[in-house]
Design a protein around this ligand. Structure first.
Ligand code: ADP
Ligand code: TRP
Length: 328
């Protein structure tokens, strides 16, 4: 069966961007593929060198994965740092990863700007660790949002390069996976850009209704169109994109027609959007709170996942060591 791998860093709770950009695809793929979904706690050290409470944040994301419907009976759910073979593969990939190409990665350049006092080697080699995560299980599909396209390009390049250098056809080239034909970018509602933890504009699955309403009602808009059928400026387009993602088609069409007729009332639109987000989040939130209270269950999922993931990773590392020429 074909292999799927994806991960999320435990640097905060899951938000609508994570869900609609990635997790929603996990739910579909787990029915058809051999899936490995992990929590990228090593990666989080590149930006959070002193994680206040890494155990707690990992536990929360794990509970959130489960609450979203990732099923440990179908998919392997594990914590990156439980599978040390990944670190060995990361080392081999780094030996053939070049400074120039790593420095050109946009997210590295962004991080250099965001944390000039902590431009660490882990940040530079983030793409080789991500590639190791993926090819350690010989994955062919990787469900991720639009922001991960460059990292995915690097993962393919490192897989190809390994094959070329050692004269083998060992690692398949992993492709990004999206539910629709285009990669999803869930927008922020603060005027521009994507929704993200580091952007400080996220609506979290665990947010209660009051918090959700407050966040949505604060969304940036404008004074409204003056010409029929005018192009939507970015903040307004983002509000519509969000409605397209969480609301029904009828709701979207209703407000779109109002906009095109210059009769839009953003207050009404935001109220409806807030309701639709609440309807989506409320049951997930309840499940998160139930699961978080069940330490034994979470531990059991993590332990079983670690065993299955380690088995798959150990097999790859045995073969990789043989290919490179190390003692078995
Ligand atoms: P964040 O950007 O909040 O730090 P991560 O980088 O941990 O979130 O993202 C984890 C997953 O969620 C990745 O697959 C990423 O592509 C996806 N993702 C995050 N934000 C968005 C977004 N706004 N739109 C689409 N996908 C997203
Ligand atoms: N870079 C991803 C993100 O920020 C997280 C990640 C780490 C990942 N390793 C991965 C995603 C492997 C998919 C596959 O969201």
């Amino acid at each position: 069966m074909e292999i799927v791998v994806s991960g999320i860093r435990p640097t905060g709770n899951l938000h609508l961007g994570n869900y609609f950009g990635a997790v929603k695809s996990f739910l579909q793929l787990q029915n058809e593929y051999n899936c490995f979904f992990f929590i990228a706690d090593w990666h989080s050290l590149t930006t959070h060198p002193h994680p206040d409470n890494i155990r707690k944040s990992v536990k929360v994301i794990l509970a959130e994965y489960l609450a979203c419907g990732i099923d440990p009976e179908k998919a392997t759910i594990y914590i990156q740092s439980d599978v040390r073979e990944v670190a060995e593969l990361y080392l081999y990939l780094n030996m053939n990863a070049y400074l120039g190409e790593l420095e050109r990665v946009t997210s590295f350049k962004d991080k250099v700007r965001q944390q000039p006092d902590n431009v660490n080697a882990g940040l530079l080699t983030y793409p080789s660790l991500m590639a190791a995560d993926i090819i350690i299980h010989k994955a062919v599909k990787v469900p991720v949002g639009k922001d991960q396209e460059q990292n995915m390009e690097m993962a393919r390049r490192f897989a190809r390069r390994f094959n070329t250098i050692y004269g083998v056809e060992y690692f398949p080239e992993p492709a990004s996976f999206h539910l629709s034909e285009k990669a999803v970018k869930v927008p922020g509602l603060d005027g521009s850009g994507k929704m993200g933890k580091s952007e400080g504009n996220a609506i979290y699955l665990i947010d209660d209704e009051k918090t959700i309403r407050k966040k949505v009602m604060k969304a940036v808009t404008d004074s409204g169109p003056t010409e029929p059928d005018s192009v939507k400026p970015e903040p307004v387009a983002n509000l519509f994109t969000m409605m397209d993602i969480v609301s029904s088609k009828e709701t979207y069409d209703y407000f779109n027609e109002k906009y095109n007729a210059c009769e839009i009332r953003y207050g009404d639109m935001k109220k409806q959007l807030a309701e639709d987000i609440c309807t989506f989040c409320a049951p997930v939130r309840e499940r998160i709170l139930d699961i978080i209270a069940d330490d034994d269950y979470i531990d059991k999922v993590a332990r079983t996942g670690a065993e299955k993931a380690a088995e798959s990773a150990a097999k790859t590392i045995r073969e990789v060591r043989r290919i490179i020429g190390f003692r078995p």
